[in-house]
Design a protein around this ligand. Structure first.
Ligand code: SF4
Length: 145
């Protein structure tokens, strides 16, 4: 049995920006028998529903910027991630919702400061912390294809 951290929206929690979910029954069937530990940095920090955010390449690095206010929301996501992984030090795997600016592993969009698309394969801020700690990480849509 593996201990797997997984984006809560994939389990059916209505924690997306529009208070819906991304429940993935195909994925959940494959994960049956493992211990699933859900997380959602954006719901924790900003609630649901909430304005969307995008990853922007700035002079200070990649930041999560609110599409509503232009505020830098990165710290709240990064702090949640650190706390989560400190609390769960023995994870076998991280499964992130693909394309999320927080949870996407190799699939998040990255823009420049003029909102021009730079990349379709960026890592979200929470997934980045998982990788930095040496945890195997995969996008949900890539899991066990
Ligand atoms: S992709 Fe991540 S941040 Fe977005 S709703 Fe799912 S768990 Fe929350």
């Amino acid at each position: 049995m593996k201990k797997i951290a997984i984006s809560a929206c994939l389990l059916g929690e209505k924690c997306r920006y529009d208070a819906t979910d991304n429940r993935d029954d195909r994925l959940l069937a494959k994960l049956d028998g493992n211990t699933l530990i859900p997380f959602c940095p954006e719901d924790h920090a900003f609630g649901s529903p909430r304005p969307t955010m995008d990853l922007i390449q700035t002079e200070e690095g990649i930041k999560a910027i609110s599409n509503n206010t232009g505020a830098d929301l990165s710290v709240a996501v990064e702090e949640y991630a650190k706390h989560f992984f400190d609390k769960h030090p023995e994870l076998d795997l991280f499964i992130g919702k693909d394309r999320s600016p927080s949870c996407g592993v190799c699939s998040a969009k990255l823009y420049d400061e003029h909102k021009e698309l730079i990349s379709l394969s960026e890592t979200g801020l929470m997934a980045k912390e998982a990788k930095a700690r040496g945890i195997d990480a995969v996008d949900a849509e890539e899991y066990d294809l």
